[in-house]
Design a protein around this ligand. Structure first.
Ligand code: ADP
Ligand code: MG
Length: 638
């Protein structure tokens, strides 16, 4: 590990001076002094050292590899020939690759030696492999930036196309995420195609053990550069998030989450110096889709421009959304709703506020999400919404991971704040640290949401999908002792989603059959499902057709025990749900058997241990009998 100076020098003061063209671009960007991570990494990376760089979000890691790569290629005695490449930069997501490409571009576009550092962006999705090959042949890039899948194809599947013999640098940005996403096969394959005589750099705000695998694969005696942040309030305590980022948590009941989200947004808008650009993280793609449709229609949020981004969108829409959000005038208040596709690396200028509607499944993602704000010394704010009860333990959990959170009060209808923390004296158990807030306008808010859902049957479908997907995602939390679905009031939660009725799902069944179960879900009364329309004409026609067929079939059939006539779609869903239930039962059985097997093993182990103990005791007893050990000592031992 190497120490990094706290007062990082200027880019012009580096021992091995940078090229004039690079210095002048840095001037244009308005960057004179290096950030600590840059002053630690740039000289080493240029001095032919492999580096593993771990530094908080927004600390300027990108330039720590962009500058050395450009510098190395510009300094070559013999410039690269066509088809030869000098550097490869791998990132886990397309958006991040695009962003890094655009940082490189600032240095390359007007460089008089542009062709020695020409860029190629290869991210798949929007272009086919064949198209990318054509682009490569036409443009002769020297620096490849992209995602692992497409880069691997380009480097390995089309023999003789890319010549890597002269390659000098390999960089993996958000390296731990690359592994988490299961790209290790592609990475190994890429690495196998690169010369051993090269520099490698790994960059991230969080490094994991899995990384040592990568390190073994390709790094030679790497220098580890760790830049830590001291918590200014608690001097000497190291924290994992930037000091300019205020992270807090808001506790409310499960049916109040959406309401609190809406109030955070609108109350910021009221303040003259409040935040204007927000990111809101949800657990699943279906949730992003659904809440996008709801939030963008809530009258209290009219002034906001909403955007949505998730992994199930096609690349074109993804990049269109992303650019429209990032290029929006700073004056327009805007919210990007997204899943974790947008949690890593993205550097969105003017982003003020990160809200985590759902805490992330992977605890590591927390600091990455929050770290979209408070970058490069700018002030930023982040809030995570937690459901009253067990979820509150998450705060302690994060504290242990060096992510300190402060509590923020509940936001009342008039945007005044209400301290809902429990008096320390009244605290009966350690998890519920908050009291329930009786919010008189909650019912009206849910009514508003439901009114939106009622405008289009499609929204009902989406609401259900969002809810079901949420439940699935919830059970995949890594911190599974904090996020336990059975500890949540699913009825309230479904209210908060604006559902018109409860879907049939195993998680709910499990709760409903518990002794003492109280139903907190209020079904939409007197709602006519048969006339509930899709606004999409084709879908509506199809529904009506199926409904009619169904009704005719029911009429023809022998009078059956009364069954509520439902629309065809929900029937299908029921069938689907039954299938899911069956599958889940099967899974449960499998798990049960596995558990039994494990338990059997445990018992066996215990028995064995006990046997051993007995044996020890027996041996000792013998010793005592033979008078080699005093009886007192023997008794003390057992
Ligand atoms: P990281 O990868 O560490 O999360 P980035 O490289 O994305 O951070 O940089 C975060 C922000 O800091 C960017 O907006 C970038 O332009 C800015 N930045 C980088 N280096 C400097 C510098 N030396 N001085 C001022 N701002 C910088
Ligand atoms: Mg980065």
């Amino acid at each position: 590990m190497t120490a990094v100076p706290t007062h990082a020098g200027s880019f012009r003061s580096l021992e091995t001076p940078l090229s004039e063209s690079i210095l002048s671009t840095l001037d244009e960007m308005g960057f004179e002094t290096m950030t600590p991570v840059q002053s630690g990494a740039i000289p080493l990376f240029m001095k032919n050292k492999d580096v593993v760089v771990e530094a908080v979000t927004g600390s300027g890691k990108t330039l720590s590899f962009v500058v050395p790569i450009l510098e190395k290629l510009l300094r070559r005695e013999e410039p690269l020939k066509n088809h030869e490449i000098g550097a490869v930069v791998i990132t886990p997501t397309r958006e991040l690759a695009q962003q890094i490409h655009s940082v490189f571009e600032k240095f390359v576009t007007h460089n008089e030696r542009e062709e020695d550092v020409r860029l190629g962006l290869f991210i798949g999705g929007s272009s086919s492999l064949a198209e990318d090959i054509t682009t490569f042949k036409k443009t002769h890039p020297r620096i490849l930036i992209g995602t692992p899948g497409r880069l691997e194809e380009l480097l390995t599947k089309s023999a003789q196309l890319v010549n890597t013999k002269e390659l000098e640098v390999l960089v993996m940005d958000e390296a731990d995420r690359l592994l988490d996403m299961g790209f290790s096969k592609q990475l190994s394959s890429i690495i196998a195609h690169l010369p051993k005589q090269r520099r490698t750099g790994l960059f991230s705000a969080t490094m994991t053990d899995a990384l040592s695998e990568l390190v073994r694969a390709g790094l030679r005696n790497p220098v580890r550069i760790v830049v830590k942040v001291e918590d200014l309030a608690n001097k000497g305590v190291i924290q994992r998030t930037p000091a300019t980022l205020d992270i807090d948590y808001l506790v409310c009941d499960a049916d109040q989450k959406l309401l609190q989200l809406a109030r955070i947004l609108s109350s910021e808008l009221e303040q003259e110096d409040g935040s204007r650009k927000f990111i809101v993280y949800f657990a699943t793609c279906a949730m992003v889709d659904y809440f996008y449709k709801i939030l963008s229609r809530l009258s209290s949020l009219k002034p906001f421009s909403f955007h949505s981004l998730h992994g199930q969108m096609d690349t074109k829409r993804r990049s269109a959304t992303y650019t429209s959000f990032t290029e929006l005038s700073p004056a327009i208040p805007a919210v990007l709703l997204c899943t974790d596709v947008a949690s890593r690396g993205l550097d969105i200028s003017d982003l003020d506020y990160v809200i985590q509607y759902d805490p992330p499944q992977d605890p590591k993602a927390f600091s990455h999400r929050a770290g979209r704000a408070g970058r490069a010394g700018r002030k930023g704010r982040a809030t995570v919404l937690l459901v009253r009860g067990r979820e509150e333990v998450y705060v302690e959990f994060l504290k242990l991971r060096k992510i300190p959170l402060v509590r923020r009060p509940y936001i009342l209808p008039d945007h005044t704040l209400f301290d809902n923390s429990v008096n320390e004296d009244d605290m009966d158990d350690d998890k519920a640290t908050s009291v329930q807030v009786k919010d008189d306008s909650l019912a009206d808010f849910i009514k508003d949401v439901r009114a939106i859902v009622k405008t289009d049957r499609d929204l009902n479908d989406r609401a259900i999908m969002a809810f079901v997907s949420w439940a699935r995602a919830y059970s995949k939390h890594e911190a599974s002792y904090i996020f336990r679905i059975k500890d949540l009031d699913l009825g309230k939660l479904a209210m908060g989603f604006g559902l018109l009725k409860l879907p049939k799902m195993p998680e709910l069944k499990a709760q409903q059959t518990q002794p003492g179960y109280v139903n907190t879900f209020v079904e939409e009364e007197g709602f006519d499902w048969d006339t509930y329309k899709y606004t999409d004409k084709m879908r509506e026609a199809k529904r009506l057709r199926e409904l009619k067929e169904y009704q005719e079939k029911m009429a023809k059939a022998k009078p059956q025990p009364k069954k509520k006539v439902n629309a065809a779609w929900s029937e299908k869903v029921d069938a689907k749900e039954r299938k899911v239930v069956r599958k889940e039962k099967k899974q449960a059985k499998k798990e049960f058997l596995k558990k039994q097997e494990l338990e059997a093993k445990e018992t066996k182990k215990r028995d064995l241990e006990e046997d051993l103990e007995d044996w020890e005791e027996e041996k000792m007893a013998k010793k005592v009998r033979k008078g080699r050990m005093e009886k007192g000592a023997f008794e003390e031992m057992f």
